[in-house]
Ligand binder design. Structure first.
Ligand SMILES: [Zn+2]
Ligand SMILES: [Zn+2]
Length: 339
């Protein structure tokens, strides 16, 4: 089968490798059909690392995956040959305390696609444990299903802070994760405001029900706090941009919650006195756990059309172009690869 390897920064090699096969009775073999290009893939492509994760050996990128079941192991009960599926890109150890508590996103031994040294899915076939593979309803297309992965991040964020109906939310940074967090917040009944400067993203967020968006081309970030009609219950910070991260504390009301989703700046100037006085809760979130089933259910029950988020499709041979497309095209929301 063919697979696209990142061999060094800016270099993608299409290699012919052995097609994987089922080893455990619980595994399924999947023909990969659609894979979203994530910011993390682009990071590895350009820099060869993210924080402590360094690409030392050639690595297959891609983790936002859907496909069709080609073969099932002998103990698999939840899936059948020919079914359309979304693939959760992680396999935790299943034994540690985090795994046992159901917080398996925090498992130290988790194997996550496209995180060195674990290969991702810019390839034709993968083998995966069947309990991390989810059957898709008819109405979710294979391309749309790639967005279940970033949508899971938004669903996890809402779960983590127990977002309630009627609560007011600011989402700073309306990239793919920001927009999908907006959708998850709206499903929870929240009233959502946004902060973004890209025209296309502003337009898309408005279509998904964002009430008002501060355009940071028109207003200074530090001025936003003076232009809020009222402070909000929750801030979801999705940009990872220090200036926005530092300001979140001024947008949230006393007793409110701030969730840092976007990864970017490592150290920021943050007003911790205000955090104490206002009894603000802050939280980070790392990936997600137990969100795939719920995300699929939400997307199919609420008739949310995510297709408009897909800006361009590429073939497996064009993985390099796909990884470069979002940087070169300011209006790109999601690029996907169809192996
Ligand atoms: Zn992703
Ligand atoms: Zn574990």
């Amino acid at each position: 089968m063919k697979a696209a390897y990142l061999t060094r920064p800016y270099d993608i090699e299409i290699r012919e490798i052995e097609k994987p096969d089922i080893k455990n009775g619980d595994d399924v073999l999947i023909r990969v059909k659609s894979v979203g290009v994530c910011g993390s893939d682009i990071h590895y492509y350009k820099e060869g690392k993210i924080g402590n994760f360094v690409v030392k050996e050639p690595l297959i990128l891609g983790h936002e995956t859907s496909g069709i079941i080609e073969k099932v192991g002998k103990s698999v009960k939840n899936l059948k040959e020919g079914e359309k599926v979304a693939i959760e890109p992680q396999v935790p150890c299943r034994k540690c305390d985090y795994c046992k508590e159901g917080r398996y996103n925090l498992c130290e031994y988790v194997k996550f696609f496209a995180t060195p040294p674990i290969n991702g899915t810019f390839c034709e076939y993968i083998v995966h444990p069947s309990d991390f593979v989810y059957k898709l309803p008819e109405k979710i297309s294979l391309d749309e299903a790639t967005l279940i992965e970033p949508f899971s991040v938004g669903v996890h964020a809402c779960n983590l802070i127990n977002l309630k109906p009627g609560e007011k939310v600011i989402i700073s940074g309306l990239g793919p994760v920001g927009i999908l967090t907006l959708i998850a917040s709206k499903i929870n009944g929240a009233i959502v405001y946004g902060i973004e400067k890209n025209k296309k993203r502003i337009e898309v967020a408005k279509n998904f029900g964002c009430e008002y968006i501060f355009n940071t081309n028109e207003i200074k970030i530090k001025e936003i706090k003076n232009n809020l009609l009222e402070k909000v219950d929750v801030v979801f910070e999705c940009s990872g941009f220090s200036e926005l991260m530092e300001e979140t504390i001024f947008w949230v009301k006393r007793g409110g919650r701030i969730v840092f989703i976007g990864m970017g700046t490592e150290f920021i100037n943050f007003n911790f006195s205000k955090l104490t006085i206002d009894e603000i809760k802050i939280s980070g979130i790392f990936r997600y756990a137990n969100t795939y089933k719920k995300s699929i259910e939400i997307l199919s029950n609420n008739k949310i059309d995510l297709i408009c988020l897909i800006s361009k499709k590429f073939k497996l041979e064009q993985v390099k172009e796909a990884l470069e497309y979002p940087t070169k095209n300011f209006d790109c929301i999601k690029a996907i690869v169809n192996p």
